[in-house]
Design a protein around this ligand. Structure first.
Ligand SMILES: *Cc1c(COP(=O)(O)O)cnc(C)c1O
Length: 380
């Protein structure tokens, strides 16, 4: 059976975890956490990276940090993971969904302005498949209306928009190190990139249960006390040790994923040329990270037949987000601004192919052969 995903393993993780075990400190903010954070700061050019337990926790931290309050409105796509919305709903915000662009599945930047009201506080672009949203337009709008931008860059680690790493363009960027993402902290993990230096001190306090413990440990305070609301948004150092193995191999992981992505693209191009499928496009000015390869089929029915056919060939392919706006919670906590031209229609015909670091060439060719068989059979 070829799984849809397997957690990335490069081979060094256990050594680093053993070294963490020998260090006498496994809780948050240990040596490996510091190493990973400086790597993220230097590599991506952000003033502060903070490891967290998950991408979800990073988004929650961002919502607290921006003081999102009941009744505030937050603009985002409906085609996203629940955590993008939940983080703000937990603060009492109302989610205002806008439609996506069919070419990238990202929020359509041209539709954001019409969704802004005097209650709007933030825009949350989601870089789907590690392919960037149109950030110049989004940042200019945010500046004009005095809004915060939180990038959901869960899928965007190592990808770029006009030379800038995703997750470092908005005021805050959120990464995920879940095992389905490009790099993992042993299953779960995340990072909050604090790109606006004015937010750093409070971000550290919120992450440390509302105390100034981080400053205390740096010798910047002679005791630590309760300063603000907060929670525990630290990653255990044992997990950071796993992540360190992955970040050290970040180039190799990225190269492998891009090569798998490129092979799907090249091998499936004939089917696209024949009008049988649509393939993902990388928007101009974007450098992607091989996070995801998807196909678009004719419609929901053809997609179901495709998934069944692939399963019979022992290959797991999966559909993706069910739009949030007409889900039970989406109806309660949000509203869709404008017309749903693409969100529902495009999400119903998209299917994701296996793409992970340890997928072998032979396995990938099996996937490609099975896809070709599906289309040769259904054209008979
Ligand atoms: C994975 C993901 C998240 C959540 O990250 P976790 O680390 O699983 O909590 C949020 N948003 C998007 C777009 C994601 O893909």
């Amino acid at each position: 059976m070829i799984p849809f995903n397997a957690p990335p393993v490069v081979g060094t993780e256990l050594d680093f975890m053993r070294s963490a075990l020998g260090s006498g400190k496994l809780c948050g903010d240990g040596d490996f956490t510091r190493r990973c954070q400086s790597w993220l700061e230097q590599r991506f050019g952000s003033p502060r990276a903070l490891l967290t337990p998950s991408g979800t926790a990073s988004l929650e931290m961002a919502a607290i940090l921006l003081d999102i309050k009941p009744g505030d409105e937050v603009i985002m796509p409906s085609y996203t993971f629940v955590s993008t919305a939940n983080a703000f709903v937990l603060r009492g915000a109302i989610i205002v969904f806008v439609d996506i662009r069919p070419d990238t599945m990202n929020m359509d930047e041209q539709l954001i302005e019409a969704a802004i009201t005097d209650k709007t506080r933030a825009i949350v672009p989601v870089h789907y498949a590690g392919i960037a949203c149109e950030m110049d337009t989004i940042m200019a709008l945010a500046q004009r209306y005095g809004l915060a931008v939180i990038e959901d860059a869960a899928q965007g680690v190592m990808a770029q928009y006009r030379g800038k790493p995703l997750g470092t363009i908005g005021h805050i960027g959120c990464y995920s190190f879940h095992e389905t993402k490009n790099y993992t902290a042993g299953g779960e993990g995340g990072a909050t990139m604090i790109n606006d230096p004015a937010l750093i001190d409070r971000a550290e306090i919120i992450r440390e249960k509302g105390t100034n413990r981080s400053q205390f440990f740096r010798g910047q305070a002679d005791k630590y006390t309760w300063r603000d609301i907060g929670s525990s948004y630290l990653m255990a150092d044992l997990q950071a040790a796993y992540l360190w193995g992955q970040l050290e191999a970040a180039e190799a992981i990225n190269r492998r994923r891009l090569s798998l992505w490129g092979r799907y693209r090249e091998q499936l191009q004939p089917l696209a040329d024949a009008g049988r499928i649509e393939l993902p496009t990388v928007a101009e000015g974007c450098v992607q990270n091989g996070h995801m390869f998807y196909l678009k089929l004719r419609d929901f029915t053809e997609r179901s037949a495709f998934i069944t056919h692939m399963k019979a060939a022992d290959i797991l392919t999966v559909f993706h987000y069910i739009p949030l706006h007409d889900s039970p919670a989406g109806l309660r906590f949000g509203r869709f601004n404008g017309e749903d031209r693409f969100t529902t229609r495009e999400s119903e015909r998209l299917v994701r192919l296996p793409l992970f670091y340890n997928l072998s060439d032979a396995q990938q060719y099996q996937v490609i052969d099975a896809i070709n068989r599906f289309f040769s059979r259904s054209s008979d």
